[in-house]
Design a binder for this molecule. Sequence first.
Ligand code: T4K
Length: 371
Amino acid sequence: MYMNETPITVTSPLLPDLADFNDMLKQIWDSRWITNNGSFHKQLESALCEYLKVPYVSLFTNGTLPLITALQALRITGEVITTPYSFVATTHALWWNGIRPVFVDIDWNTGCIDPNKIEAAITSKTTAIMPVHVYGKPCDTEAIQTIADKYGLKVIYDAAHAFGVEVDGKSVLHAGDMSTLSFHATKVFNTIEGGAMVMHDEQTKKRIDYLKNFGFAGETEVIAPGINSKMDEVRSAYGLLNLKQVDTAIEARHQVAIKYREALRNVEGIEFWDDLPGVKHNYSYFPIFVHQKTYGMSRDELYYKMKEQGVMGRRYFYPLISDFTTYRGLPSATKDNLPVATEMAREVICLPMHHALTEEDVQRVLECIIR
Ligand code: T4K
């Protein structure tokens, strides 16, 4: 029935006003300073510190390179405990550092790594834990830190989805040794491509700034085999404009979440999460879990039915990272070791969720699911 209508995609980028962006481009052109810690880069770093309520932010060109760089900066080696229920970049960052990923199962109530299962996975080679605040749901950071302290492990959070998320008024980005963000086009806050690392002290900020600039600590000094991951002035300017409208965008997402929850609450066989008490959410994703037996249709049947109607939900995160050819041979990659993650990956569909969804869009999505 909707074949001729515009597809409703899982997300849609938040775009700055073009005239405002043009004004900023003019300033960049006039200054002739287009990258390498320029004026808009500095402004965006300090604006993000203020918005995210954190002391130090280092901008990157995407959300994958700060993960790779964090592991380098902390000299992580051997084995790292991580989650299979994430975007593949999380585990790739370990592999690129020659580190062996050790997958630990997740908690059904959040999709995040289950702290109760971490200790059993620790060996003499374990040096760190890399959890993910998946969908922006905060991990149990206290429990994870307790384990890390007990065994002397570092904690690097992949907070790619957790822009602006707070627990009891405090940013989740304070947890662990470092956190990384993605500002990809598909994220709540985007700089087209982009990302950042959040750290807690000035020394680390300095070191990370060196590492993302080839390791240069001055004109003639290189302190480590660094990489090039500097955000340019054009994207920094774009980010400054988007930051001004991100709260409005998050509130629009919140309203969509309210409508989805109201309509789906009594649909048998469809499960979703409510907001967690004390948590400021960013509504970056809206996952539902399709219980085939009670819903009467499998996740994939519903997924393809939605697609036929032009409703482009996505199966984030299916397949599990541990099921990809690169990783499935690892001892921790078995279904027996990862029963919750395996079930979640089999049942999940992320519904369209973004700031520009109209009432009509929301109804079109819901009509596919409610029969
Ligand atoms: N850690 C985690 C936990 C992550 O989720 C990610 C990235 C990373 C690390 C790494 O961060 P980055 O290095 O990417 O900064 C997307 C994104 O490319 C990826 O950033 C994201 N996670 C992942 C979950 O999703 P795809 O392949 O699903 O995106 P794509 O191109 O299919 O886009 C999805 C939909 O968004 C489209 O159907 C329509 C809409 N869209 C997309 C783009 C790019 C637009 O409307 N306009 C656009 O320009 O991976």
